[in-house]
Structure formats: C-alpha cells, structure tokens
Unconditional design. Structure first.
Length: 256
C-alpha cells in the first residue's frame, strides 16, 4: 500500500534500477538528473549502498558501478537460476541448428527483459545485451509472454496501453494486438517481422514450468531474408527448443 512505502527505500531502489547493461556506471550529478532525486540525497544513498557492498565507487573517476553483493542477490533467485540451467542446452542446439541469434526473455510489466543470449556465428549478427529491455508488443518474445499471461493480467496490461510505434510495421491498435495474441495462443508461437527493427525477423515460443505457467520465451532472430527463407523450419526448431526447456523445468504437458 502507498501509505506503507518508505521514500528512502523507494529512492534507493530507483537508483539501483538505473544501473543497466546500457548504463553500467553513473556519476552523482547525472544520476540525480536521471532519477529526479535531489543531488545530496543521491550522494547519501550511493554512499550507503557502497558501504553495504551493493555498489562500488571507482577511485579515479568517482563514478559508481554495481558491487559484488548484487551478484550474490542475483544468484539467490531460484527461478532465474533454474531457468538458466534449463535453457542453456536448448539454446545452444537452437543456435547451432539455425545459425541465428537466440534469446530468452521474461516479462516485466509491458516490457521484455532479455536474460539469456547466444550470438549467431554468421557475420551479420544481432546484438541484444543481457538485461536490455524492449517493448513487449513489438517483439516475438513479448507477444508470447502477453499471449500466455493469465487472462486477467493480460487484460490489465492491455487496458489503456498506448502502443508506441517503433517502425511503420509496429502494431499500434489494441484490438489488432489482442486478436494476434489470441492467434498466438492457438498456434503456440509468435512472429515479429520488421515490428521492432526494419530488416529483422524473430520467432518465439513459450517456456513453461511444472505448473504449466509460462515463465519465459525463447526466440531466434536474424535478418529477415535469412529467417523468411526457412520460416517453417525455424518455427519448428524454436517450438522444439521451448518444449525441451519446459520439460527441464518440470513441465509435463503436451504440445504447446
């Protein structure tokens, strides 16, 4: 409840979330502007987080970065650890079979977060850093995760969502997105063609746990001309990889 929130803890959480793969280090002034928090408050919070080992300060530049204690916290998340172990082999097989970049993503609100990646061995590669976020409605993994969300959760996410257009091919209508999500649930896979980036196509399928809950999505992505030329084979390979990962998580159902 809002009345139970501690502003100091909330501010600390906001500052920690600013440390991403795209912005791994911050100075006090830049972080204060980014977070909209008073500079003196930011300085006190960063000093406290550094004392606790959650952050480290570079002695030369004075900038802050994630500390070793954060890695201990990440290692304590059993779902993510189990997911990593479950997807590593299927991801490798999928990358070797298709020759394209493979991602695993989870849903965070209306965005996907890429938690695993294996790069394509081809010369022309796609780079999506682990920890990077993207809008869920214009990615194949995001559409999978939306489609297989519980109905009430899916309805909540779609309500009043102003879908940003990343390209001319991005779905910007809630009605059209909802119809596509229904089709994705029926077929068990999702396709993103030029919706997030022109010239790029990706295909994704759901990863389910022992309770048949979709906890992640696995995708293969690459230049559209390469993916389109073998769409059926790539789709089958992605669905197979998702099923293998799901069974490694304890999923006992049939075809997804």
């Amino acid at each position: 409840m809002p009345g139970n929130r501690l502003s100091s803890v909330s501010n600390a959480a906001r500052l920690l979330k600013a440390f991403t793969s795209a912005n791994p280090t911050w100075g006090v002034s830049d972080l204060a502007r980014h977070a909209g928090v008073n500079k003196s408050t930011v300085h006190r919070i960063l000093s406290t987080l550094t004392d606790e080992g959650l952050l480290e300060q570079d002695p030369d530049s004075g900038r802050y970065r994630v500390g070793l204690a954060m890695f201990d916290l990440a290692a304590a998340v059993p779902t993510q650890r189990g997911l990593h172990e479950a997807v590593l082999s299927p991801m490798t097989d999928l990358r070797n079979t298709t020759g394209e970049t493979v991602h695993v993503a989870v849903l965070d609100g209306r965005q996907v977060v890429y938690v695993e990646r294996l790069d394509s061995p081809n010369t022309l590669r796609l780079f999506a850093e682990i920890g990077r976020r993207n809008d869920a409605h214009c990615t194949s993994t995001g559409k999978i995760l939306l489609a297989f969300s519980p109905p009430d959760r899916r309805q909540q996410l779609l309500k009043n969502w102003e879908l940003p257009a990343r390209t001319d091919h991005t779905i910007t209508s809630i009605e059209r997105l909802a119809a596509e999500l229904d089709e994705i649930r029926r077929t068990g896979h999702a396709v993103n063609r030029h919706e997030s980036e022109i010239g790029v196509t990706s295909i994704a399928a759901p990863i389910k746990d022992q309770g048949a809950v979709t906890v992640a999505a696995i995708s293969v992505a690459g230049p559209s001309e390469r993916i389109d030329s073998a769409r059926t084979q790539f789709t089958n390979a992605v669905v197979d990889a998702a099923m293998t990962a799901s069974r490694r998580l304890g999923y006992g159902g049939g075809a997804q």
